[in-house]
Design a protein around this ligand. Structure first.
Ligand code: ADP
Ligand code: ADP
Length: 226
């Protein structure tokens, strides 16, 4: 059974134009899928439909065998990482990491253990009592990833998570994401317009153009075929 099954999914915002047009992607358990393509090709719309942040016009999304077609993120066991980090400015790093678990009523000791583990993985231990404004861009992005990791979701959805970082930091964070992926093995969908990022991270790439799948395959398949 595929971990995430996107079947004949389309999005029509208004009129006839399809922002996403009849897309089929079957994602295996633990697979890291990158959606890549030029601005406006429908990457973000597709990801947001999988996330339950956008209504699906046609088709079906299944996560772990369960249909999740409603516009309701809580219906799915997923965690998202955004480019703008979406951290709570008034909370410490610890509480930013713990917040989602507290809301779900996770026991305190379990929260502390998960936050500690994520902080160790992401080298955030020295910064747990700081507020986001006292962190660098890379540290903020690590907190955003930590918030997803502590949830232990069935899947991660990344929406251009590195695009607010400078070029050098982007390269090092790309390496960190790759490393985390190896370690956690969580099924992921990652959106980027950066081909190098796509090539480095992807088990399989999905190249979108005008809402349709233009190519799908390993980085080798997609970039090295004549
Ligand atoms: P990408 O993430 O690849 O840049 P998007 O998914 O943001 O592409 O956009 C795909 C298409 O859908 C574009 O033509 C865009 O203008 C359109 N679109 C995106 N969001 C909306 C919206 N909220 N209302 C109407 N059209 C939208
Ligand atoms: P609030 O803002 O909700 O008052 P607190 O800062 O008091 O939050 O922390 C909430 C819980 O998280 C408390 O049980 C606190 O002991 C624990 N906590 C906060 N920071 C850390 C940390 N660095 N390591 C372990 N536990 C922490």
């Amino acid at each position: 059974m595929a971990a995430i099954e996107i079947s004949k999914v389309s999005k029509i915002y208004s009129g006839d134009a399809r922002a996403v047009d009849n897309v089929d992607i079957h994602i295996e358990d633990g697979e890291f899928i990158v959606l890549v393509g030029p601005s406006g090709c429908g990457k973000s719309t597709l990801l947001r439909m999988v996330a339950g942040l956008e209504a699906i016009t046609e088709g079906e999304v299944k996560i772990g065998g369960k249909v999740v077609n409603r516009k309701d993120p809580a219906e799915r066991d997923i965690a998202m990482v955004f480019q703008n980090y979406a951290l709570y400015p008034h909370m410490t790093v610890y509480n930013n990491l713990a917040y989602g678990l507290k809301n779900r009523g996770t026991p305190k000791a379990e929260i502390a253990a998960r936050v500690k583990e994520a902080a160790r993985m992401l080298e955030l231990e020295p910064y747990l009592e700081r507020k986001p404004r006292a962190l660098s861009g890379g540290q903020r992005q690590r907190v955003a990833m930590g918030r997803a990791i502590v949830r232990k979701p069935a899947a991660f959805l990344f929406d251009e998570p590195l695009s607010n970082l400078d070029a050098k930091l982007r390269v090092s964070m790309r390496g960190e994401i790759k490393h985390l992926q190896k370690r956690l093995g969580t099924t992921s969908i990652y959106v980027t317009h950066d081909q190098l990022e796509a090539m480095t991270l992807a088990d399989r790439l999905v190249v979108l153009n005008a809402g349709r799948i233009e190519q799908i395959g390993t980085p080798l398949d997609v970039y090295h075929k004549p």
